[in-house]
Design a protein around this ligand. Structure first.
Ligand code: NAP
Ligand code: HSE
Length: 437
């Protein structure tokens, strides 16, 4: 069979890993798909920048037309990230009759509907395994392997950077900023790491999983998205004391009232598989009505894990599997989507941490507000502080107060939270995290 010729847009962390596999493992690829896959050219923003030595064997330019207009390019790999010019270039590639492989979840979350219909009109495919969970083949699982099921729940750790930072803080007492810098140096973080630590990246990935699982098209603005950037080491330690691990958890559950969806740092009970995920690993727990609960885990970010998924997509295109599955992938399809449940109806336990003045009636004031909002307490931690007389200013010391609630609705919690904010015994920040038992 003829060689499949690949043009690459973006030759950074992921692009270098892909180039390495294509150039260093040609025999393996021929064994997998019965034909060669050749990287014929790459386009970058700055062709003069020093880059991985693997690109000494590939023509590199700064002009995307070198890939889009080339007759000797069958597949375009979009590995540049961001929305523009990625969106325009992917459209042009499809219109030029080329299949597309991309790792860009931001692009698919924002413009997926348009790009998928452009691919269908052009009779081409878009493969995007690397867009969610790096090396964990969760898109294939949802699009093909679980097809006999109605998925009823997704609980997923799908931002490797956030999980790496939380692990480094908890295990090594690393300062938050240092852990962010390490995640960047390891190639886990997005070009703008606020996408990782503010929860946006995980929320974008959740929209893709939700679309495949439930046919529901959502945007991160439509559900609760909270990142790890407001967490403190104290919260990780208190959670541990209570028997939980804190993870950035992306959740979508099919309930009677609709789809409950959120992406938030969450206390996960120790002993559950999700609580054991460390470093840049990801885990997706899927519940199917036929199969029951399943877990898929592995490196969710980083050069070679992501390259593994990209090259698998290329092999799917080379053997013709992507061309078979893409038209049947029920994404952005016409069937009735499941509506989103209003955020206020989420019904769960919560971890609350307050910094309070250590003086009479403080706990009574707080529990009064919680009680009047029908929020019942499951446990309380207040470690002993110095005696007020030993504090130099004579003022009441400020101490952390941690409360675990029984299950309550997000609406009740928000109402209580607004009342709590008015208490003058409370100091900011107040931390409020959901719990997944
Ligand atoms: P990266 O290291 O920043 O590389 C981006 C590449 O794109 C660079 O080669 C850059 O050129 C090029 N580029 C950026 N803007 C361009 C433009 N306007 N025109 C031409 N080239 C342009 O990013 P990455 O980590 O490889 O990520 C690439 C994609 O994979 C993103 O969509 C990301 O979300 C996704 N992804 C990444 C990971 C991961 O672990 N890193 C995992 C899964 C998915 P220069 O080299 O000249 O700057
Ligand atoms: N920045 C992303 C993460 C890359 O840390 O998970 C993988 O999509």
């Amino acid at each position: 069979m003829e060689t499949l010729r690949v043009g690459m847009l973006g030759a950074g962390t992921v692009g270098s890993g892909v180039a390495r596999i294509l150039l260093e493992e040609p025999d393996r690829i021929v064994r997998r798909c019965g034909r060669r896959i050749e990287l014929t050219r790459a386009v970058v923003r700055d062709p003069l920048k020093a880059r991985d030595e693997v690109f000494s064997r590939v023509p590199v330019s700064g002009n995307p037309r070198d890939v889009l207009d080339a007759a000797e390019v069958d597949v375009v790999l979009e590995l540049m990230g961001g929305l523009e010019p990625a969106r325009t270039l992917v459209r042009s590639a499809l219109q030029a009759g080329k299949d597309v492989v991309t790792a860009n979840k931001a692009l698919l979350c924002e413009h997926g509907e348009e790009l998928f219909s452009a691919a269908r009109e052009a009779g081409r495919t878009i493969a995007f395994e690397a867009a969610v969970a790096g090396g964990v083949p969760i898109i294939h699982v949802l699009g093909q392997s679980m097809a006999a099921n109605q998925i009823t729940a997704i609980e997923a750790i799908i931002n490797g950077t956030s999980n790496f930072i939380l692990t480094d803080m908890f295990r090594n007492d690393a300062a938050y900023d240092d852990a962010v810098r390490k995640a960047q140096a390891m190639g886990y973080a997005e070009a703008d790491p606020s996408m990782d630590v503010e929860g946006t990246d995980a929320a974008q990935k959740l929209t893709l999983l939700t679309l495949l699982a439930f046919g529901t098209r959502t945007r991160p603005e439509q559900f609760q998205v909270q990142g790890i950037n407001t967490l403190e080491l104290a919260d990780l330690k208190y959670a541990d004391e209570l028997g939980y691990a804190v993870k950035l958890l992306a959740t979508a559950k099919l309930l009677e009232g609709g789809l409950e969806m959120h992406t938030q740092p969450t206390l996960i009970r120790q002993g559950r598989p999700l609580a054991t995920v460390e470093g840049a690993n990801n885990m997706i727990a899927l519940t199917g009505d036929v199969v029951g609960q399943t877990w898929f885990s592995g490196m969710g970010a980083g050069q070679m894990a992501t390259a593994s998924a990209v090259v698998s997509d290329l092999i799917d295109v080379a053997v013709g599997r992507a061309q078979l599955t893409f038209p049947h992938l029920d994404v952005w399809g016409a069937h009735a989507p499941v509506p989103l449940q209003p955020a206020e109806q989420a019904f769960r336990r919560y971890y609350l941490r307050f910094n309070v003045e250590d003086r009479p009636h403080v706990i009574a004031d707080i529990t009064d507000i919680l009680g009047r909002n029908s929020i019942s307490l499951a446990s309380v931690i207040q470690h002993e502080a110095p005696e007020p007389d030993d504090v130099p200013s004579g003022a009441a010391p400020i101490v952390p107060l941690v409360i675990m609630t029984h299950r309550t609705t997000e609406g009740q919690l928000r109402r209580a939270s607004a009342e709590l904010d008015a208490l003058n015994c409370l100091r900011r920040p107040k931390v409020c995290l959901p719990v997944s038992d």
